[in-house]
Design a protein. Structure first.
Lengths: 156, 48
């Protein structure tokens, strides 16, 4: 399969990662083996593979929605392609491989502007900090009901 | 993030027209356009 990312983009992303990636991140890719069930799965998986290859701090694990139903259920994944962006390594154990789920999900191929969003998400999770202001953090700490946010986007 | 064109049934269910659209708790709340932090918090409060 020809590469999806050009050398120019790879170089730009590498510079951003070198400057801004902090702690390890693991992307869990959920796809469907049968292409008919997921026309964007192959491209999404390849895109993520190319991005993850840019930095040692990024890891990828790939799952099939049906064959790995248990894992999909753990992460509440029911659509493909879905990317789950997790922090790898607990606090104080940067070499560990425990994953912490911050609830960040990409559903569908992150193309166009969404590619930048994906890069930013990887950096955000890598920084282990939401970047939100104190009032928002306080509000979120006090939440007692689950809140599910779905941001609908298009590539352009 | 949900790619609206790839998931039309989901987009239709939540009446997605202009993007970005932030749907809160499966339609309990909706925010169209860029969502500044305080604005998003205000919309979440409405849903609670």
């Amino acid at each position: 399969m020809p590469k999806l990312l050009t050398d120019s983009i790879l170089q730009q992303v590498k510079e951003v990662f070198d400057a801004q990636l902090n702690q390890p991140v693991e992307v869990l890719f959920f796809g469907a083996k049968n292409e008919e069930n997921c026309i964007y799965c192959a491209d999404t998986r390849q895109l993520v593979e190319e991005v993850v290859a840019i930095s040692d701090k990024l890891h990828l694990s790939a799952y099939d929605l049906d064959e790995n139903a248990q894992t999909a259920q753990t992460y509440h994944v029911d659509k493909t392609p879905t990317l789950v962006i997790t922090a790898r390594g607990g606090d104080g154990s940067p070499d560990g491989d425990t994953l912490t789920d911050y609830g960040v999900r990409y559903v569908g191929l992150p193309s166009g502007h969404e590619f930048s969003s994906l890069i930013h998400s990887l950096i955000l999770v890598s920084g282990r900090d939401s970047g939100l202001n104190p009032q928002t953090r306080q509000f979120l700490r006090e939440l007692t009901k689950p809140i599910h946010l779905q941001v609908f986007v298009t590539p352009t | 993030m949900v790619e609206a064109m790839e998931f039309p049934e989901l987009s239709n269910r939540f009446n997605v027209g202009g993007v970005p659209q932030t749907t809160i708790n499966a339609g309990a709340g909706t925010l169209v356009g860029a969502a500044p932090e305080e604005y998003l918090v205000a919309e979440i409060i409405k849903v609670l």
